[in-house]
Design a protein. Structure first.
Length: 446
């Protein structure tokens, strides 16, 4: 554990939230279904010219199998011009159509499609030699299959990649017949259609309401060290953006009140979280700027919370009493141990105890013989005296920068002066946890 302190003493938490709520899909006529429209006409719309001959298209053959089973491939179908009048003009339009298919992401561990195509040459001789091939960006075009001979200093161009190969990692495009075609939101190859802020493909930004607000939450007068709800983002919201510049932490709960980001006193690493049917990007900078961003639409209500770090006003300490509280905390906290308070000092707005750990009854995480233990107030709640031994039930508190990984004793943590009879009583509590259905994962390291 690191003996470091977080000094957060802001009394106000200001959360900026901008989100767009999807209301009725009033403009659903601009939405397109991928099956009907998911193809490309190479030479403009069909039937755009009046037919002036008796030459006619035969019906479409069925679609070819998709070139890939996942990760976005292409399928093709063809038709033939039935020539009844050899002197008349050709049938207008193209003999081929392309459709994107199997757009779902591949399961992790599946070989990259280019990698797969290069490795297909591993057991084939090239000018009398055998090589192992890896994909290589040769600059010879997005749809060329350039492969590097492993352990050699040359690459070889094997020609066009297979239809359905992504043009490049950073392009949202697919190679067909050696040409890179962008995929629009309508899944048409070569289309420019984009999803509007309401989440409608090809929409005009008019089918939803814009909601923007600044929430200022007063520090709870109770001096609570806890979570407060800031606002609820209803299901169907798109283009969500929530920012916070206070010293506190943003947190996110789902409809069932389960925390999905920064819950249960642990601080999540920034990153992408799959929440409410969308991906929420959680960002956090070293100077305490935080944000949630999601494209949506969400499929359930989300609760934006603020987690206050420190109590401001002292008031009276509440003593946690009773066997039920003791069992509950025993089962839920990360550490239960007998500790002797070596010294105590105030650091910023927190109290830091130097503790000698005498016996561990439960520790979900490693604990050392000598630890710093933090109490996020300067009110002496709970009240602990130097040179005395206590039974302490505490949590682990980690922030994402990993500059904090510490033992945290909260205002309402269970604390008792140690008496010898506590030993046996505490050792029996594991069974109680199982009985009352509390999740516990004790790993005593005595
Ligand atoms: C919709 O809004 C976005 C973001 O403000 C903007 O970039 C885009 O041009 C708008 N589209 C239309 C059709 O107005």
């Amino acid at each position: 554990m690191l003996p470091s302190c977080r000094l957060a003493h802001q009394c106000l938490a200001t959360v900026y939230a901008v989100l767009v709520l999807l209301i009725t899909p009033a403009f659903s006529q601009v939405q397109r279904t991928p099956i009907e429209r998911g193809f490309l006409n190479w030479f403009g719309p069909e039937h755009s010219l009046p037919l002036r001959s008796s030459n006619e298209w035969g019906s479409w053959q069925s679609w070819s199998p998709c070139s890939r089973t996942c990760g976005g491939g292409a399928a093709v179908r063809t038709r033939q011009c039935i020539k009844r009048d050899s002197a008349g003009p050709d049938c207008p339009g193209d003999t081929r159509q392309y459709q994107v298919c199997n757009m779902k992401d591949c399961p992790s561990g599946v070989t990259d499609f280019r990698h797969f195509q290069c490795s297909a040459y591993n057991n084939k001789p090239l000018m009398g030699n055998y090589y192992r091939w890896l994909p290589f960006q040769s600059g010879q075009g997005d749809c060329e299959l350039s492969c590097l001979a492993q352990g050699q200093n040359f690459y070889y161009n094997f020609g066009r990649v297979l239809d359905g190969t992504s043009c490049h990692a950073e392009y949202n495009g697919i190679c067909i017949n050696g040409q890179c075609l962008k995929v629009g939101c309508d899944l048409i190859l070569g289309s420019d259609e984009k999803t509007d802020i309401c989440g409608v493909c090809g929409g005009q930004n008019v089918s939803c309401q814009h909601h923007r607000n600044i929430y200022t939450t007063k520090y709870p007068a109770s001096g609570l060290f806890g979570y407060n709800e800031v606002t609820m983002i209803p299901a169907g919201a798109t283009n969500i953006r929530v920012t916070d510049k206070s010293n506190n932490y943003l947190a996110l709960r789902n409809r069932n009140y389960h925390y999905v980001i920064n819950g249960n006193w642990a601080i999540s690493f920034p990153g992408v979280f799959n929440v409410a049917g969308t991906k929420v990007q959680y960002k956090r900078s070293a100077d305490n700027q935080e944000s949630f961003e999601a494209t949506g639409p969400t499929d359930e209500d989300l609760h934006v919370m603020i987690r206050f770090l420190i109590a401001d006003k002292c008031g009276k300490c509440r003593k946690v009493k009773g066997r039920q509280n003791k069992i509950k905390q025993y089962c839920q906290k990360d550490f239960v141990f007998r500790g002797r308070i070596v010294s105590k000092k105030i650091v910023g707005k927190e109290t830091c105890y130097d503790v000698q750990v005498i016996i561990t009854y439960k520790n979900k995480f490693p604990i050392m013989r000598r630890e710093y233990m933090w109490v996020p107030n300067t009110c002496d709640c709970p009240s602990l005296l130097e040179k005395r031994e206590y039974i302490l039930m505490a949590r682990r508190h980690v922030n994402y920068e990993k500059t904090l990984n510490r033992i945290l004793l909260e205002r309402d943590s269970f604390v008792r002066l140690y008496k010898p009879k506590e030993d046996k009583m505490l050792r029996d509590l594991d069974k109680e946890c199982a009985k009352s259905g509390y999740q516990t994962n004790p790993k005593p390291n005595q």
